[in-house]
Design a protein around this ligand. Structure first.
Ligand code: TXA
Ligand code: MG
Length: 332
């Protein structure tokens, strides 16, 4: 069984596995990651293979602190401000690669930028401390599936393909990190995530830039086909229909006899974000005709939840052949 409780001893074993070039699943405060030594091209290639991830989609490199990030990317004053406010935590920064950066091209998919993040989860940090390596870690799901927020989700996705799955309990934030691009003093939001736009804008004292339409190649992971359950979604549903499953939100959710999960019955968007991926997985397994989803307010973390919902709904609308990324049927 690859799932092991995270203890000092198992974390050290996981660190040794990373040093040997093996891949290890680890908890972070956002979602579980599938980690490899970012300096080892063969180990990074294994991550792409295990996830069936297209090679054009770059990985985030996990480090402990800013000083380490500075060995790999150019941290200018704007990036420094963001790092001071939000690291360690759910913020990934896409920075120009530093000249002589020892991390291979495969990690950043040949781009001249590199994504860096310092996670706050104690198990992730202990692993980084023990391995003394930068760890490239995408979310530990198969490409195109929803991200795992428990060790059991990782096992269901990847079985014993990772050498180890460190179990650090359910992720407290439950959505992937927010990804920002920093070019000079221009900050672009490349992926909405667990750090709300408003918080970042508060620190910068200005609005974030949005990538222009057709600009998507600068954040390859933002292809519209991501985060898809197998069951179709019916968004903005005020009431579920017979045969559907129901993803509710807030105190005024209608009662329903079929499978129902309320993301937050007190209407708290942070709680909803934490529960979101696990709820989608559970309702997806019900074999319902569709998942009816109540409207989620589009503010704070609601914006990131709505982004995932729209991608999931869009992915289902595409025919399998036109999906670049996930043509495999989900096991029921
Ligand atoms: O919360 C998270 O970020 C999790 C945990 C494990 O840290 N990781 C994660 O990684 O979500 P992944 O690989 O599933 O998503 C990384 C996103 C993708 O959308 C990718 O395209 C983007 O970051 N990205 C990575 N490097 C980039 C780069 N150099 N330029 C633009 N986008 C980049
Ligand atoms: Mg992912």
């Amino acid at each position: 069984m690859p799932v092991v409780p995270a203890t000092n001893e198992s974390i050290d074993r996981a660190a040794q596995a990373l040093m040997r070039g093996e891949i290890v699943a680890l908890p972070t405060e956002t979602v579980y990651g599938l980690g490899a030594n970012a300096l080892d091209a063969a180990a990074v290639a294994k991550v792409f293979a295990v996830k069936e991830r297209p090679r054009f989609n770059p990985l985030i490199v996990h480090v402990l602190r800013r000083e380490e990030a500075e060995a790999y990317g150019v941290v200018n004053d704007t990036a420094r401000k963001l790092v001071s406010a939000f690291w360690p935590g759910p913020l990934s920064l896409v920075l120009p690669r530093k000249r002589g950066c020892p991390i291979g091209d495969l990690v950043s998919a040949g781009l001249d930028t590199i994504a860096l993040r310092a996670p706050s989860h104690p198990v992730a940090r202990a692993l980084l401390e023990s391995a003394k390596l930068p760890v490239a870690a995408p979310s530990a799901n198969r490409s195109g599936h929803v991200s795992p927020t428990t060790a059991a989700h990782v096992e269901a996705e990847l079985g014993n393909l990772p050498a180890m799955i460190l179990n650090g309990g359910p992720c407290t934030l439950g959505l992937e990190s927010t990804v920002l691009g920093v070019e000079g003093d221009r900050v672009t939001i490349l992926r909405l995530g667990a750090l709300a736009r408003e918080e970042i804008e508060g620190v910068l004292g200005r609005k974030l830039a949005t990538p222009k339409a057709g600009d998507e190649v600068i954040s390859p992971g933002q292809l519209a086909v991501h985060y898809a359950p197998a069951t179709p979604l019916r968004l903005d549903a005020s009431k579920p229909r017979d045969g559907e499953a129901f993803l509710a939100f807030g105190p005024i959710a209608p009662r329903f006899a079929g499978p129902t999960i309320n993301l937050s019955s007190r209407g708290d968007l942070r709680e909803a974000a934490t529960n979101f991926f696990a709820a989608l997985r559970k309702l997806d397994a019900e074999g319902a005709d569709a998942i009816a989803v109540m409207p989620i307010p589009n503010q704070g973390l609601g914006e990131a939840i709505n982004d995932r919902l729209q991608r999931a709904a869009h992915a289902r609308a595409l025919s399998p052949a036109s999906r670049s990324d996930d043509a495999r049927p989900r096991p029921r």
